[in-house]
Design a protein around this ligand. Sequence first.
Ligand code: CP
Ligand code: NVA
Length: 327
Amino acid sequence: MNLKNRNFLKLLDYSQEEILYLIDLAEKLKEEKKQGILRDDLKGKNVVLLFAKDSTRTRCAFEVACQDLGASTTYIGASGSQMGKKESIKDTARVLGRMFDGIEYRGFEQSIVEELAKYSSVPTWNGLTNEFHPTQMLADFMTIKEKLGYIKGVKMAYLGDARYNMGNSYLVTSAKLGVDLRIIAPKSLWPSQELIDTCKEIAKTSGAKITLTEDLKYVEGVNVVSTDVWVSMGEDSSVWEERINLLKKYQVNKELMAKADKDAIFIHCLPSFHNLETTIGKEVYDKFGLNGLEVTDDVFESDKSVVFDEAENRLHTIKAVILATLG
Ligand code: CP
Ligand code: NVA
């Protein structure tokens, strides 16, 4: 498998074999790290990390992965560079491409990361856009494989806001990997019909089963339950009320988990609003009286929850992407 010089922008661009290869490589890198085996495959390479939105996991995973592989990193946050304000994306891409061997971008429209890739002529990686979160998908399906032993045929329910980066990405990745995915959400928050049609077409060859429904009964017997925050980064806080009203019935709580298979796992990309220990969680509680949003604290803290293994796997999977495309 040769992925050298490829961009990693969305999983629609990758075949099932390539996605599974990256997960296998991540497993190998995880094992090596546990054994203290050090690598310097990327010695002398320089990587720039563009974060127009905040991050804990993705930023740290890119920084530690590069460090572990011998590459240097330069972090640029939402302010502090000329990008977008005094300099176009196209010009920024051409400058960064002259100085760096790889570019990570987290931010807004998918078109921005696509443009960076097009004009930089170095491997460019999507660290989350409004539309897709592909590195998260590698970590999620690596975690599913670790915990359940398989991916193809796994039954998975995704509940909540399905029209944004996480919902879209589960749809694409499940279609590619042959998963039985049930998107359980109000119709107004489903992925675009165009993306659904594309994924249903992909499902015909992978054996995936794609269900979109508003009916919670589709949680019955699933092996994996997943959700995401109800309001994403970059959205205005004025949408909370409408979103809570639309999504409260889709909260992942004990009653909902009881419908899933008895050995089902709970995953979440994080960060998550499951208690009052965050500023936003507290504000939402003061206004709406809910002390857990997309998931209740008892599920989040239960032994079904594998969210911190999933978070750790962000490191190994992001390292696999960097190594495969730059190494
Ligand atoms: N899951 C995820 O992307 O987390 P961060 O926002 O902390 O990077
Ligand atoms: N949908 C969330 C995912 C965070 C990792 C957001 O975009 O904020």
